[in-house]
Design a protein around this ligand. Structure first.
Ligand code: B4P
Length: 189
């Protein structure tokens, strides 16, 4: 079974590429962003809490995210593989993921980092905002999300490098080119 982390800044294409990988490999897909947006839509207590953070461009507290993740994972497994999209976003989340998988006699086999220049991220998210209806896809919130990414999420690059799991992939160009580059790595894992 393959547990793969797809990593990158907001707008780097994690969700887009995860969908393509699910089609090709039949893996299950855990997008913490999608899980939270579904809770918001349902108007659950968790959704209301999540909304207050997401609308400000902030991350949801680690303890909350970690509990959601374990429950989501257990509902999908056993399976061929899982793509973690948007999780982990902090070092405590990465440590919790490692522990959760170890308790299930498994582990992350690779972290695929989508590398995209900052100006492209902003442009993609502004464009997505025109159709997504997402309250966090506006210029002011996108800037905050990118700051949060630089401050809280980029330390994970070094963390996964030390674990020997980091694979950097060019995240711009056609969707097919990027997907081919990701598949080339996955096939070696
Ligand atoms: P997410 O839902 O994870 O969203 P994202 O990072 O904004 O986008 P992604 O990288 O998936 O980009 P996409 O494929 O859509 O997070 C939203 C919020 O939820 C966070 O800000 C946070 O508050 C909260 N949250 C989620 N997980 C959390 C966690 N673990 N801990 C705490 N809080 C958490 O692509 C973006 C756009 O680019 C699309 O319009 C797409 O069509 C376009 N695009 C993609 N690839 C392209 C390409 N090659 N060329 C041109 N355009 C491309």
């Amino acid at each position: 079974m393959k547990n793969i982390v797809i990593f990158g800044a907001p707008g780097s294409g994690k969700g887009t590429q995860s969908d393509l990988l699910v089609k090709k490999y039949g893996f299950k897909h855990i997008s913490t962003g999608d899980v939270l947006r579904a809770e918001i839509k349902q108007g659950s207590e968790l959704g209301n809490t999540a909304k207050s953070f997401i609308d400000k461009g902030q991350l949801i507290p680690d303890e909350l995210m970690i509990d959601i993740l374990a429950a989501t994972y257990d509902a999908l497994c056993p399976c061929e593989g899982v793509i973690f999209d948007g999780f982990p976003r902090t070092i405590p989340q990465a440590e919790a993921l490692k522990k959760m998988l170890a308790e299930r006699q498994t582990g992350v086999c690779g972290m695929l980092e989508l590398d995209v220049p900052e100006e492209m991220l902003m442009e993609r998210l502004i464009n997505r905002g025109k159709t997504s209806g997402r309250a966090d896809d506006n210029a002011e919130t996108i800037k905050k999300r990118l700051d949060v990414y630089h401050n809280q999420t980029t330390p994970l690059i070094e963390w996964y490098e030390k674990e020997g799991l980091r694979h950097k992939v060019k995240g711009f160009g056609s969707l097919e080119e990027i997907n081919d580059a990701l598949c080339a790595v996955i096939d070696t894992l």
